[in-house]
Design a protein around this ligand. Structure first.
Ligand code: PLP
Ligand code: SF4
Length: 353
């Protein structure tokens, strides 16, 4: 007691030490009220009623560091479009269903999807730092799939028993919405499985919350026991800001391989200039484009669809204007396949040969 009085700086410092990391506070403070987002960006209040209706089945969620990259007053801003609930989401469109990629059928243990040879995908959490309106998991039954702390045991046992599995993909939801303590524990447990060679993390959090790249993250993600890969998810060049570049620099310096996956989205990135700028901006940030996903037909996302013929034309134009390593593979996920399917294959006239 007396000592604290003599050294007052100790007293003021203690609460800071106990405080959650900045990214967790930013994540907790994310905007979830459509009225607040509309006000923050100075948008037309007429958008509000629809936003509230569409946010009912799948809530609005967007953290401030991402909002700060949006253009105020522009309802068509490509970043805003990815997060603002719209009335059209409530329309039922034929072919747009709850589980378009048949995840339910591939679940081998709680949260463990084994669809493709050699690699498994672990749904570590249902939570995400941002809610993307086009998300194919927007109706995913996370309550069943989201293993509690010790329920990872069943997934770990499944992987241990199968020496042909060489890579584990942490996915979600968004694995980086979990604390580094939990992730380090999981990475440690995976590290004890001798046949695993690679640990991959699929996350959009670094894009919307660049502060997520912390020392504690680097601690468990830097290559050591595994080669490690971080696949971020950016859809538009304007999502890449200085804070994200700095985070990517740190990961790259630590030896983590950096890739990006995007979704082709009408009104967001469906012009060849958008896609070209995205690839070039990512490369400047040390990130290689990996996949450009054709939209999964999930209920509520039909307004984002770019028809296949147009998607293929865009991809051809992109290939004609960039070096090959900056052209992401245009793919879709079809139930029952052993890998993602290049889009060309699913076009009837290409199947003939
Ligand atoms: C996309 C996906 C993967 C990873 O596929 P890669 O082609 O290796 O990137 C693995 N498992 C599931 C279930 C997937 O959906
Ligand atoms: S971050 Fe990924 S999993 Fe989460 S809502 Fe967006 S697309 Fe879906």
């Amino acid at each position: 007691m007396n000592r604290e009085i003599r050294r007052p700086h100790m007293i003021t410092r203690t609460p800071e030490v106990r405080q959650a990391p900045l990214w967790q506070r930013q994540q907790a403070a994310a905007i979830t009220d459509p009225a607040q987002l509309i006000e923050r960006l100075g948008l037309d209040r007429a958008l509000l009623a629809a936003a509230c209706r569409a946010a009912e089945p799948f809530r609005l969620r967007v953290p401030e560091p991402y909002v700060s990259r949006m253009r105020p007053g522009d309802p068509d801003d490509p970043l805003l479009r990815q997060v603002l609930p719209l009335d059209v989401e409530c329309d039922d469109v034929a072919g747009f269903v709850d589980d378009p990629v048949a995840d339910g059928e591939a679940m081998r243990a709680p949260g463990l999807l084994h669809k493709y040879p050699g690699r498994v995908l672990l749904v570590t959490t249902g939570a995400c730092a941002v809610h993307c309106r086009y998300c194919f998991r927007r109706h995913f039954p996370y309550a069943d799939a989201n293993p509690a702390r010790d329920a990872w045991d069943a997934a770990l046992a499944y992987i241990s028993e199968r020496p042909d599995i060489s890579e584990v993909i942490l996915s979600g939801g968004d694995p980086l919405s979990l604390s580094d303590g939990r992730l380090a524990a999981l990475a440690g447990a995976l590290g004890e499985i001798p046949h695993l060679k690679r640990l991959r993390v699929h996350s959009r959090t670094p894009v919307v919350l660049p502060e997520r790249i912390t020392d504690a993250l680097l601690e468990w993600l830097r290559p050591g026991r595994f080669e490690t890969i971080l696949v971020i998810h950016a859809n538009h060049a304007r999502e890449v800001d200085d804070a994200l570049r700095q985070g990517m620099d740190r990961l790259r310096a630590a030896g983590v391989t950096l890739l990006n996956q995007s979704v082709l989205l009408r009104g967001v990135n469906d012009r060849v200039e958008d896609l070209k700028a995205l690839s070039e901006t990512l490369f400047q940030a040390g990130v290689l484009p990996y996949y450009l996903h054709q939209l999964d037909p999930v209920r509520g996302a039909a307004h984002f669809l770019v028809p296949d013929t147009r998607a293929l034309a865009l991809h051809r134009q992109l290939a004609a204007s960039l070096p090959g390593y900056l052209v992401p593979r245009l793919v879709r996920e079809l139930p029952g396949r052993e890998s993602k399917t290049p889009l060309t294959e699913s076009i009837p006239e290409c199947r003939k040969t």
